[in-house]
Ligand binder design. Structure first.
Ligand SMILES: [Zn+2]
Length: 90
């Protein structure tokens, strides 16, 4: 996976872990993920080049209840922890 900037907040990322087993993976087009900086729900357009866009309702509707629970829990953790300062302009 190439280094990229998340569209939500500019957080620099070059890795992804899958849920629920936390293995490091190369995401595929259409996979969902959350930004580890701000918790935004993202969908991969190109996993190898690390290009994402904000997830839409149609992406969220594909999740089952267990996946929604994992994502909600991860978003609450990220947002309670607060922002990480690795933006390229700081
Ligand atoms: Zn973000």
């Amino acid at each position: 996976m190439e280094k990229g900037f998340n569209v939500c907040c500019g957080y620099v990322t070059n890795a992804a872990d899958s849920l629920p087993n936390f293995e490091t993976v190369d995401p595929n087009k259409g996979d969902l993920g959350i930004c580890l900086n701000c918790g935004a729900l993202l969908v991969y357009i190109d996993g190898k080049r690390n290009i994402t866009q904000l997830a839409g309702r149609q992406d969220i509707e594909l999740l089952n209840s267990a996946q929604r629970k994992y994502i909600g829990r991860a978003q609450r953790y990220v947002r309670a922890r607060g922002l990480i300062k690795n933006r390229s302009n700081s």
